[in-house]
Design a protein around this ligand. Structure first.
Ligand SMILES: Nc1ncnc2c1ncn2[C@@H]1O[C@H](COP(=O)(O)OP(=O)(O)O)[C@@H](O)[C@H]1O
Ligand SMILES: [Mg+2]
Length: 356
């Protein structure tokens, strides 16, 4: 395997909120994950330079041009500036001419604009939750007919942000209250959907031209008190001290029969491709009342923490952490289709870029 010079970039910008130790979504844990990725890449004998990005893109540009990496390992995940920044940073890196791991800007944007990506999936004939509706004004709610239960999301968030015990609603009054909270607190539309009570799966995907479906993981809510809705809320994902976190388990590999496994895998790959995903992804799926898999969302560039999520599914397939990272790099060099490097923009890196 060729030794590469890898620039590992991540978002080190915070809005000065102090880190909560019990909150595994904090910068403290992000840094831990980045160190783990760097270690994994070094075990593959690659030269790794970690580049925290804390606001100034021109600094990143200078650093990259000085280093002249063979590839940028993109771990930029933005929880501060809003949904557009992940795609903007990815586009910036590609415009500088560097090959980059994971999904291109468009896929990253669609991962965050859930209503757009779900509309696209529906248009492609893929199953999405019934009654998926975007609420931009509270008065929209009165104009429509609703059947409950419904779940109310923040339309452009990820990582469980905005999802709590009040997110599953049974009445129009509660629907309005939760939508109002989202419009005001998160300053974005609310996404309302029929609440699917069936089994929930995370489908890990790796690869470029050929996508491999990893062993399914199931989210097991059976130990959760009945008063708490069975969803991967913010608390269930990140807050180690919460009941939600302690009573929600991930079973990997999931116990699912071969026919359903194949159907879930096929649906997930189609969804990943439809939104322009590349390299690695995780599709969240839930079964409806008749047992059919419905796509909740496609995560392009999902969390790469070792021992969790995608990495855990990869381990179940016999793929160790460094090999997972290597597969992601390999996919990046295969390159998303139509994403050729045309040096249209002269951003001051003449002759130094080793792009494709
Ligand atoms: N329509 C739905 N029906 C049932 N549960 C849902 C639905 N949409 C989301 N959920 C629950 O909420 C969780 C988070 O929603 P998701 O769309 O995956 O957003 P996030 O980006 O926050 O992970 C899911 O893992 C699932 O438990
Ligand atoms: Mg999700």
């Amino acid at each position: 395997m060729k030794k590469l010079r890898v620039a590992l970039i991540y978002n080190a910008y915070t809005d000065s909120k102090p880190d909560e130790k019990a909150d595994t979504g904090s910068l403290h844990y992000l840094r831990q994950m980045i160190r783990g990725i760097a270690r994994g890449l070094r075990r593959l004998r690659h030269e790794v330079v970690v580049m925290p990005l804390a606001g100034d893109l021109s600094v990143l540009q200078r650093k990259l041009n000085r280093l002249g990496p063979d590839i940028v390992f993109n771990q930029y995940d933005d929880v501060v500036h809003g949904a557009l920044y992940e795609m903007r940073v990815a586009a910036f890196i590609r415009m500088l001419g560097y090959p980059m791991t994971g999904s291109p800007a468009l896929g990253l944007g669609l991962s965050r604009y859930k209503y757009m990506s779900l509309s696209l999936l529906k248009g492609a004939g893929l199953p999405i939750p019934p009654s998926t509706t975007l609420i931009e004004r509270l008065s929209d709610i009165d104009e429509l007919k609703w059947s409950f239960p419904l779940i109310v999301h923040a339309a452009q968030e990820h990582a469980g942000i905005g999802l709590d015990r009040g997110s599953v609603v049974q009445t129009k009054k509660a629907l309005k209250e939760k939508s109002r909270e989202i419009l005001r607190t998160y300053k974005q539309p609310a996404l309302v959907q029929h609440f699917l009570k069936g089994r929930e799966f995370n489908v890990g995907l790796i690869g470029g031209r050929t996508v491999r479906v990893l062993p399914l993981a199931e989210v097991d809510y059976s130990r959760l008190p009945r008063a708490i809705p069975p969803i991967m809320s913010y608390a269930a994902k990140w807050v180690e001290t919460s009941v939600e976190y302690r009573r929600t388990e991930i079973i990997c590999p999931a116990r699912v029969d071969a026919t359903l496994t194949a159907l879930i895998g096929k649906t997930a790959v189609k969804a990943f491709r439809a939104v322009g995903g590349w390299g690695y992804g995780r599709v969240d799926v839930r079964l409806d009342e008749s047992g059919q898999p419905i796509i909740l969302e496609v995560n392009c560039n999902p969390c790469l923490d070792s021992g969790m999520g995608l990495a855990r599914s990869a381990e179940q397939a016999g793929i160790e952490y460094p090999q997972l990272l290597q597969a992601i790099i390999k996919a990046a060099f295969e390159g998303p289709p139509y994403d050729m490097h045309l040096p249209i923009f002269n951003l001051g890196n003449s002759g130094r870029v080793r792009g494709r």
